[in-house]
Design a protein. Sequence first.
Length: 202
Amino acid sequence: MGPLRHRKMGEFAAYHTGDKLFPIPTHLIGGNHEAHFHNEQFPTGGVLAPNLFAAGRVFEQRISGLRIAGVSGIHIEETYDVARPDQLPDCAEEGAINFLPWTGFTRAEIDIAKRSFVGAHILMLHDWPAHLLDFLDPYSIRGDVEKAVCLGNEPALELLIASKPDLLICGHHHTFLSGRIFWRTGEVTQVVCLDKIRPQRQ
């Protein structure tokens, strides 16, 4: 449940009913501020509104010939090794619910992704892999290097190393960082960590 200041109906209802349409097919990866009671109806992906698709918790899709894979959620140490409950509690008790089991990805999900995502064209993560600056070619780095030093998590790094995608896209930390990883095995990964969508931000 979000802060009171955010508990209001915005424009999504109009998109959900089809009164408004997303201009292009849009695929939503889960993060840590979702409407869990709604999104948990689509743990393996589904249609949220016309032209808006939930990617699911661990997902792989082919779009226009590209193999796009990803993991929703963030890394939360206390729930990483805990099996997620099969279903959300009754929404009538919403005020007292701990949403952490649905906010973070699990070790089981990362293990599945590490086996399945090898060679993906695009890897989408909400949370950053740890130690990105140690892997990026220093001449290719652009963005907020000082802030990026302490960001990311080890499970996402393990997934990046296992999959070696052509492109990694991630967000969560509201910090722009980009660069290229030249793997010893010959693959090259372009990394793009996204900032907030605001004027004067990258």
